[in-house]
Design a protein around this ligand. Sequence first.
Ligand code: PEP
Length: 253
Amino acid sequence: MRPKFIAGNWKMTSTLAQAKELAAAVAKGTSANPDLLVGVCPPFPWLTAVAEALKGSAVQLGGQDCHYEKEGAFTGSVSPAMLLEAGCQWVILGHSERRHGLGETDELLNKKLKSALAAGLKVIFCIGELLAEREANTTETVLDRQLTAGLVGITPEHMKNVVIAYEPVWAIGTGKVASPEQAQEAHAFVRGKIASLLGENTAKNVLIQYGGSVKPDNAATLLHLPDVDGALVGGASLKADTFLAIVNAGKRL
Ligand code: PEP
């Protein structure tokens, strides 16, 4: 049985004081449970302070991006090793705000993925289609391309440290959540594609999170679909009560 994994993406929000308060509240409200994993991904400057606030709790820490190089003249970037040293176990790669907002390509994301895994980070690897792509019935073509190109050189062993986040771009931050049918269909497609790329066993075990306007009132339905193994949560992760309500919705029924 796959566990559920609920991760909060705080994006570029919060003051230091707010980040520490939110982390402490999430830590307090989360108990260790191998069936229900919880993580938060604050902005880079707050990582060490949030790591401190999470100390002794079951909440895991992630960065929101990293460079593929180990170090050097890359102004504004952080390396996988820096994230690890700041206390992260995870990094989000390929979020739509970086793919579509900053032009990150499948090839670049594949380099980042391999570098993050080689350094010892676990990766939440985001994929998802634009509204125009869904309306043109090309969702599966897009997901196929993002997985095929994104996972070049990735082995079943690597995949033990990779979570896929299916995030339809039209649902991120819009309040328009995918219907249970749309989510299940896309997740089943993603799992099938992983089976064809990396084998049935990897596909059976890989966690596939849904992301896009997950809220306390829609979380339970989404989180208990057969191929949905958790959620990547943006807006609703910025308040401890809404985030913890989503976490609780992931508890085994
Ligand atoms: C996200 O940023 O990954 C996300 C899913 O945001 P929201 O929950 O606000 O739609």
